[in-house]
Write a protein that binds this ligand. Structure first.
Ligand SMILES: [Zn+2]
Ligand SMILES: [Zn+2]
Length: 322
């Protein structure tokens, strides 16, 4: 698999001969997804809109975690009970960064130097990692407060970082008795794009290059005699790779057909009337392609027709006619 948006791939694609290009088709797959925040994050972000931070407590060791998590990592029990925490806290670790790092959420370069801190918010037993604003060099144990965005929308970006606070008492709060106050479930919709290059392999290459010469070829298994059309790398019956190419006569029996109405023919070539499933002469398997004539019925003998100009693709076959 090669990323077709990748610069190197584009260069390589340009350098390919036309037949190589046919054997490697760049495809981009777009998948839309809904990511659900679950009960913990839904509640956490919902309160963040009101500039309030909540942690979740372990019923066994009483540790309070921010951001909230469904299980206590120390006791392996389900957490329950919300505790309002912060917005003040204590620096547990800090580092001054002299590298010109890009902020992953904005794509802009962060100030050089800038300070990153690990802060244990009052009332919690876990740390939050964020930027410390201000000029003074911090010390472990310094008191800080959380800096919120001007407008909070219920997103991690509502928290801008920390700033120093001269003195404030470390307050612990009571663990809420009610288990989970309800919140609208948070759902994030996004899209991933997966560019890749689809290649036909050596079997496909041979099959399509023969189509160019108006020859329909199939692979026959030397072990069980099964014939595969379109050809496959392995015999579908016995998984053997030991196969040889055979010629397929361009005639067959119509085993199934679908005629397409004028309204539904979007994307079909002009001459195609629908789809035909044809059992090729001498073969047990059926081959699917366009039907070119109207009025055919199942059991009729049909003939494969090639395009006048062929490039080595499945569309070198025009379809089946009477
Ligand atoms: Zn615990
Ligand atoms: Zn076989």
């Amino acid at each position: 698999m090669v990323g077709c948006d990748d610069f190197k791939f584009k260069e390589r694609f340009k350098a390919m001969s036309p037949s190589e290009r046919l054997n490697s088709v760049p495809i981009s797959m777009e998948l839309t997804y809904n990511y659900c925040g679950g009960e913990h994050f839904s509640f956490f972000f919902d309160r963040l809109k009101e500039r309030r931070l909540f942690g979740v407590a372990c019923p066994s060791c009483k540790s309070v975690y921010v951001p909230p998590r469904p299980f206590c990592g120390s006791c392996c029990v389900r957490t329950s009970g919300w505790v309002e925490v912060g917005p003040n806290g204590t620096i547990e670790a800090c580092s001054e960064i002299f590298l010109p790092i890009l902020d992953p959420s904005t794509g802009l370069q962060r100030k050089v130097p800038h300070t990153m801190v690990l802060v244990r918010l009052d009332g919690t037993h876990s740390c939050l990692h964020h930027v410390l604003h201000g000029e003074e060099t911090p010390q472990i144990g310094d008191r800080v407060e959380l800096l919120f965005a001007e407008t909070c929308v219920g997103h991690m970006k509502d928290v801008l970082g920390f700033r120093r606070k001269e003195s404030s008492p470390d307050l612990r709060r009571e663990i809420s008795k009610e288990s989970f106050p309800s919140a609208e479930p948070m759902v994030v919709t996004g899209q991933v794009k997966i560019p890749f290059s689809f290649t036909m392999g050596d079997v496909g290459r041979e099959f399509f290059s023969q189509l160019k010469n108006q020859k329909l070829k199939a692979l026959q298994c030397k072990r069980c005699n099964e014939v595969h059309l379109p050809p496959t790398r392995y015999c579908k019956s016995c998984m053997s790779q030991d196969q040889s190419w055979i010629d397929v006569k361009p005639y067959g029996l119509l085993k199934g057909l679908v005629y397409i109405s004028d309204k539904e023919r979007e994307g079909l070539p002009r001459e195609a009337m629908g789809w035909a499933l044809v059992e090729m002469e001498g073969l047990k398997s059926s081959f699917l392609h366009y039907i070119l004539d109207r009025g055919l019925k199942i059991g009729d003998h049909v003939k494969l027709q090639f395009q006048e100009h062929r490039v080595g693709s499945i569309l070198d076959i025009k379809g089946f006619c009477r």
